[in-house]
Design a protein around this ligand. Structure first.
Ligand code: ATP
Ligand code: MG
Length: 265
């Protein structure tokens, strides 16, 4: 077993899984720095598995969901981006850039609130340039009754007053609780049939590593559109249809792999 402990250079650049190993390394380092919870490693592995059978690329269908998400965030009165340890470890600069550009606060929201984690995540986001970080001041947190765990805490200035919440890599229970509170939900989730994916209003089935830079790109494209034009984009989007098309992509991918296997001499 190769140990990718020290830096990215230890992963040979011509390795067929270079990118994937590089991000795995970020998750492992994140765990050592308290940013990522132990369970975050498992969640990452589950994501990788789905990415594999999606061909590790952003599908046309995902592009549509990304575009609709950016339009919905532009329309929203109080949008918020929920951030957990995996997100902070994988895309700290990109999520901070998106937050600053779109003027949407980041709210740290953790399943496992181990001592020092909020501080570790705050540090990485601040160092990445994030200007508005919520969820770190206990005096400003209120509890939502729909959940029993730590995640019931939400920031009074953030999720509590929000009309739309982007919750990438989120657990199904919390998504359901946020829906019950009347929030519109955008998620980024590689598993198209997770409870979160099925309950969200807009589900982007893509790797967050690719999605956030694309959201920045779409923001530049859409930022000057009129409200009616943005609404048209959101209204045209059908999440059920979108997820169903993603499932077709997975089925096609597996069928193609099966044909390749059968044709192998
Ligand atoms: P649910 O609770 O919604 O049924 P779950 O229990 O399978 O889902 P969780 O661990 O609660 O999953 O949430 C993490 C989700 O994030 C998983 O669905 C996983 O596929 C997804 N995920 C992990 N890494 C990434 C990534 N890099 N990009 C996008 N999605 C990811
Ligand atoms: Mg879950």
């Amino acid at each position: 077993m190769v140990d990718y402990k020290n830096n990215d250079d230890e992963i040979p650049r011509d390795h067929p899984r270079y990118q994937s190993l590089n991000f795995r390394h970020k998750i492992i380092e994140g765990m050592k720095d308290l940013v990522v919870a132990e369970a975050g490693l498992i969640a990452h592995g589950r994501g990788e598995c789905f990415d594999y059978i999606l061909g590790e690329k952003t599908s046309e269908v995902a592009y549509q969901a990304i575009k609709a998400s950016v339009a919905a965030l532009l329309i929203a009165k109080h949008p918020i981006i929920s951030v957990n340890g995996n997100i902070a470890a994988l895309v700290p600069h990109q999520i901070s850039k998106l937050s600053n550009l779109m003027n949407i606060p980041l709210e740290i929201n953790l399943f496992y609130r181990k001592e020092g984690r909020i501080e570790a995540i705050t540090k990485i986001l601040e160092e990445s340039g994030a200007l508005k970080i919520l969820g770190k001041d206990d005096l400003k947190m209120v509890e939502i009754n729909e959940l029993s765990s730590n995640r019931r805490k939400v920031d009074l200035e953030g999720i509590f007053i929000s009309d739309i919440v982007m919750v990438p890599l989120e657990d199904g229970d919390r998504t359901e609780a946020l829906k019950k509170l009347g929030k519109k939900i955008i998620t980024i989730d590689l598993n198209p049939i997770s409870r979160t994916a099925l309950n969200a209003d807009i589900t982007i089935v893509d790797n967050i590593i690719r999605t956030i830079p694309l959201m920045i790109k779409f923001y530049q494209e859409l930022k000057n559109l009129k409200m009616e034009e943005l609404e048209k984009i959101v209204n045209k989007f059908n999440n059920k249809d979108n997820i169903s098309k993603t499932l077709d992509l997975i089925i096609d991918y597996i069928k193609k792999e099966k044909i390749k296997l059968l044709n192998k001499s």
